[in-house]
Write a protein of this length. Structure first.
Lengths: 135, 382
């Protein structure tokens, strides 16, 4: 059974703690999000590397969202600080490769905030669906 | 013939005298203390033990392809080509080196093989840089904008090299073309044995460069210069134009002529790191040195210099670890021992690798020396 639209996928790299909890909350609260979104759970967002993000785009993703724990509340203390450098570096690389800035986004969520998780998804979906002439 | 036998045959492996000269100069053999490995042993393994043991030898991927062994071999064993071709065969069997930097560089290389890719690589162009859309000369900055994005936090002078190069060309009355759709030259893919990606990148570059109608291509990267000049004709086709590293172009100009009052008393002392692809591969040793002296520096040489120069410790992103770091720190110590205040190189990779080693907080003060690219140094004298 084919449930996902080919070629328009959005990858969410989410940490296992606050961010993934907000995804699960969205599920429990029945807030739906498009099936083109593929969440990938990491132990910590500090694990993410520019290579992993580029690989997602190489394999056809149209957007990547990085979601981690709020400042000062990383389960592993510094993971959400480490990710900021990776985020900026990868944005610069994606810019060189012809992608738009908002095709890679970063946000820090509180556990239990299902609505914020889905709002973020809507934000990146709107960004990647935006017609070329408005970009 | 079986590809492995062909590999042995075509690279004169049978002619190995087992003399060990290669082992005595190989930087990996010197610092790889966890296991004994050397070019000599690698060739012997291939001859005596066969393919499986050869591909199991760590030197297959840790070799820096710096060319020191091949250069010194009295029997002309083609160790460099042997490694490159062995890696190609090994890749066909799903083997590869370490994916350093999370495979980021290989990934952007593969992304560049998309013919529809529209890069945004000319952000650095502007200001008073004079360019032309149909000039005789192309300036090929290579991956400098990408390295700036990826390694800017090391304090590298990536984009600075590109703008300096155009300023120098402008000073010589040349308004170069720069190409928005230029791809990575494929040097690293070639030496990693990833011939498929190399050829796809090279064909895109070949068509693009030929379509410009230019007569000459200038680059500030020794790897681009060597690859475009020597590997492209063998693998995909001749660019049909002269390919020069910037220092070759400048050798015949007034920028390389030492002025009578330079270096003056109290001039800063500089030492020079020969990049493998510029020195041993292309035979360009004197040109950069003349340019450094003409820029007002007193040139002092390291213990290992010119043909005997030691690699910056890493090549084609295929390995990085304790051994590589040891090579880098020992080389930086050598630079410091000359009494020089500045280490000048002509390759962005040397700069990235040395600056990375300097950023290691566990390494001592003695590695600290200013590292600059020759292009930036020359542009400052204009």
């Amino acid at each position: 059974m084919k449930t996902k639209q080919p070629g328009r996928r959005i990858i969410v790299f989410s940490c296992n703690w606050h961010a993934y909890n907000s995804l699960e909350t969205a599920g429990k609260q029945g807030i739906s999000y498009p099936s083109s979104v593929v969440p990938i759970r990491l132990s910590c967002l500090g694990r993410i590397t520019p290579g992993m993000i580029l690989k997602a785009f190489e394999q056809g993703a149209v957007g990547v969202f990085l979601m981690g724990c709020p400042p000062g509340d990383c389960h592993y203390v510094t993971g959400n600080q480490l990710v900021e450098q990776v985020f900026l570096e990868t944005r610069s690389l994606l810019n060189l490769l012809g992608y738009r800035e908002n095709q890679l986004q970063l946000d820090f969520l509180n556990a239990g905030d299902g609505a914020a998780f889905v709002e973020n998804l809507q934000k990146i979906i709107n960004a990647v669906e935006e017609p070329l002439e408005n970009r | 013939m079986n590809p492995f036998k062909e590999l042995i045959q075509s690279n004169r492996a049978w002619y190995c005298l087992d003399c060990g000269k290669c082992s005595s100069v190989c930087p990996i053999s010197l610092y790889q203390v966890a296991e004994y490995t050397s070019p000599r042993l690698f060739i012997e393994t291939a001859l005596v033990c066969g393919e499986a043991s050869t591909f199991d030898n760590s030197l297959l991927w840790s070799c820096l392809t710096c060319g020191r062994c091949t250069e010194i071999c009295p029997s002309e064993v083609g160790f460099l080509d042997f490694i490159q071709e062995a890696r190609q065969i090994a890749r066909g069997k799903d083997l590869s080196g370490d994916c350093t930097h999370s495979g980021m560089i290989e990934t952007w290389g593969r992304m560049m093989t998309d013919p529809k890719l529209q890069q945004n690589r000319l952000d650095w162009v502007g200001g008073d840089l004079e360019l032309s859309a149909d000039g005789d000369t192309i300036y090929f900055p290579g991956c400098l904008p990408y390295y700036q994005a990826a390694f800017g936090d090391l304090g590298i002078d990536g984009i600075g090299i590109a703008t300096a190069a155009v300023k120098i060309l402008n000073a010589l009355g040349i308004q170069p073309q720069v190409l928005a759709d230029e791809r990575c030259c494929g040097h690293d893919q070639f030496w990693q044995g990833d011939l498929e990606t190399f050829q796809r990148l090279a064909k895109l570059n070949l068509d693009l460069i030929r379509s410009t109608g230019a007569k000459r291509l200038i680059t500030t990267c020794p790897e681009c210069a060597y690859t475009l000049k020597n590997i492209y004709p063998e693998q995909v086709g001749d660019l049909g134009m002269e390919v020069l590293h910037l220092t070759e172009l400048l050798a015949g100009t007034e920028l390389a002529v030492q002025k009578a009052d330079l270096p003056g008393p109290g001039a800063a002392r500089a030492t020079y790191q020969d990049p493998c692809r510029l020195g041993r591969f292309s035979g360009i040793y004197q040109e950069p040195r003349d340019l450094i002296e003409a820029s007002g520096f007193q040139l002092v040489e390291m213990e290992h210099t010119g043909r005997a120069s030691i690699c910056c410790g890493t090549s084609c992103w295929s390995t990085c670890g304790q051994v590589n770091k040891k090579i880098q720190t020992e080389r930086l110590k050598e630079a410091r021992l000359t009494g020089a205040e500045i280490l000048i190189t002509a390759c962005i990779k040397c700069q990235i690798h040395f600056k990375c080693a300097q950023h290691d907080s566990n390494l001592a003060e003695e590695n600290q020396i200013v590292i600059r690219d020759i292009t930036s140094i020359i542009a400052e004298q204009l």
